[in-house]
Design a protein. Sequence first.
Length: 255
Amino acid sequence: MKRVLSIAGSDSCGGAGIQADLKTCAALGVDAATVVTAVTAQNTHGVRSIQRMSAAMVRAQMDAVFDGMSIDAVKLGMLASEQIVATVAAQLTRRRPAFVVLDPVLIATSGRRLLETRALRLMRQRLLPLSDCLTPNLAEAAALLGTPCARNEAEMIAQGHALLALGPAAVVMKGGHAALAEAVDLLITADDTHRFAAPWLSVKDLHGTGCILSAGIAANVAKGYLLADAVHRAKTHLRELLGSRRQAEGVSASD
């Protein structure tokens, strides 16, 4: 069985982070290993507390995983601190995994900051050039670039190309926060742009969708799919999951 390494934070309610990555990999038929960067006390209403791991502990976890098993893809989520960003970058440079997805987790859906402000510059300098696929939402893309959020697809494409110039091989611009007629994500490479669009879905207490999408991309690449197909399959899985949640909410509401 193929294996994904998730390097991310723990979500106590299981909707995001390491827990979401494990569920996603299992659903897609891929094994998963983990490196925990932080433990959070959170639920669907917000993040109450964060305990960051030491850089030494993150390094030890990564060494244990890479020394003990074969890794087909790496998914990076919440990295929490400048020291952890530096450690992960150094380890990836040394280990050279076949594929790296970076979900630049900066702020929780509820508004709590999940990455120290001073770590953003280091992420831009050290991790973007090591990433095969960067998956920012519009606010994260704007923060990485130091620009206002994209307001339409043309600006999403322009910002995607600006991010490519910082080093990643591909960028998935997630348009879930845009005021567009439909939900649009764009996979942007130096040579092409793939557009993924679907009707909006309204789901209560929504968080963790970025984790699920990026973990799904990593899992599908690990299984051998080309990136565009991996993104499509990851989005299909996410949409099916959201549809199931919406249906469950409807049943609950009627009860």
